[in-house]
Design a protein around this ligand. Structure first.
Ligand code: ATP
Length: 273
């Protein structure tokens, strides 16, 4: 057995509530996965299942969405980054692709998440593809994608979700009907209401002081912040709270107040981020 760097599929520990906003995207992606799970007989009617391509700027929640839908539907989840499968040895990259699908079939029902798909499946026939390696990888991927649609047995279904910041670089054959034909844009939250939802989702597990106003924090943030930027903000606020707590304990070491995140921790983090 050859050692590989492909992980083991498992049901992710991500809840819908961990995602702030993106309601339309959530229901769209859920429909795509839930329908064939509830009605496996559809496969026999020739209605092929669709794979999903999530595209948009980095840090907007594409990976989080894919994990949440797997968790919501109780499906195991196998995540692979496109570039990780590319290997310099002849035939290895295609073998890696086959191995991913084999692992997914063994763990079915399963979601395979291909991050950075553009790196794994670029347009065929490009110059610079030495020895036609990438062309063969794309052909292998197409064959595997066509294979996963065939199963009517719910317990054996494999769903494909891919993500890319550059969908224009992906070989168009991957985006044909029955393959990754559901293209869903995942963008930056552009209004205060959605930014507030992201903040609420990300502070759900923090010990927030009851006096905290997340709305005030959202109002101070610029409109072009991604979910990843908000994650940096809330992590920084939690660190500020710990630092403040340590300093206060030194001056008042008998005080064992719980280390709650206060408004000042969030505001300080917002101005820094
Ligand atoms: P990339 O294109 O770089 O792979 P991505 O779109 O897959 O990025 P994620 O990895 O899902 O982004 O998100 C990055 C971080 O931002 C994670 O910590 C995630 O929890 C957080 N995040 C992103 N969007 C949201 C959101 N809508 N609600 C809550 N957290 C979010």
């Amino acid at each position: 057995q050859r050692a590989d760097n492909i992980g083991m599929p498992k049901i992710p520990d991500v809840h819908w509530d961990d995602i702030g906003g993106l309601e339309d995207v959530k229901s769209h992606i859920l429909d795509t996965i839930q329908l064939p799970l509830d009605h496996p007989e559809l496969a026999a009617t020739g209605l092929n299942r669709s794979g999903v391509l999530l595209y948009g700027p980095p840090g907007t929640g594409k990976t989080l969405l894919a994990k949440a839908v797997a968790s919501q539907c109780a499906l195991s989840f196998l995540s692979v980054k496109g570039p990780e499968l590319i290997n310099m040895y002849v035939g290895q990259s295609e073998a890696n692709v086959r191995r991913v699908f084999q692992k997914a079939r063994d763990a079915a029902p399963c979601v395979v998440f291909f991050d950075e798909l553009d790196a794994l499946a670029p347009n065929r026939g490009r110059s610079g593809d030495s020895g036609g390696v990438m062309d063969r990888v794309v052909s292998q991927l197409l064959a595997e994608l066509d294979g996963v649609n065939a199963s009517e047995d719910v317990g054996k279904q494999v769903f494909i979700i891919a993500a890319s910041n550059r969908p224009d670089l992906i070989d168009p054959a991957l985006l044909r009907p029955g393959r990754l034909d559901k293209l869903i844009y995942v963008g930056i939250s552009e209004n205060k209401e959605d930014q507030l939802k992201v903040l609420i989702a990300q502070t759900r597990k923090l010990n927030l002081s009851p006096t905290v106003s997340l709305k005030e924090v959202a109002d101070r943030c610029p409109v072009n912040m991604t979910g990843a930027d908000f994650y940096a903000l809330t992590t920084e606020a939690a660190t500020n709270a710990v630092r403040r707590h340590i300093q206060q304990s030194i001056s008042n070491y008998m005080d064992d107040t719980v280390c709650a995140v206060e408004q000042c921790d969030l505001i300080e983090a917002a101005s820094k981020i």
